[in-house]
Unconditional design. Structure first.
Length: 94
DNA sequence: CATTTGACGCCAA
DNA sequence: TTTGGCGCCAAAT
């Protein structure tokens, strides 16, 4: 099945959807898996404009260790991560 | 169709 | 080591 036309966005969402609970992925990792390791920005851009409630995008954090952001409230994202059992060092707030 | 935005990443100072 | 600036890609307007 290779390319399948619906590359990036669809793929990115698919990857995030596969993230197991208690685990976090970086935007870069998602972008790399989506086909472009430099499209880390595009990943965030897609999520920011097209947020999907069916996708645990709150499990996606920055490579620097930042939580990144969340259309549903950054505070909520942090809370979710903590509840999932993610190490606080994995997603520094500021 | 072209331009701006946007939840980032990496290099340099 | 920390802070700042530039670069990159895709989607939305």
């Amino acid at each position: 099945m290779e390319v399948m036309k619906k590359d990036f966005k669809q793929k990115v969402f698919n990857i995030i959807r596969k993230i197991p609970r208690g685990k976090v992925l970086t935007y870069k990792k998602v972008a790399t898996r989506a086909g472009n390791p430099r499209a880390s920005r595009a990943v965030g851009g897609i999520l920011g404009t097209n947020f999907d409630p069916t996708i645990p995008c709150h499990r996606v954090v920055r490579t620097d260790g930042g939580v990144g952001g969340y259309n549903r409230g950054i505070n909520n994202k942090i809370k979710l991560l903590k509840k999932e059992g993610v190490a606080s060092k994995t997603f520094l707030l500021y």
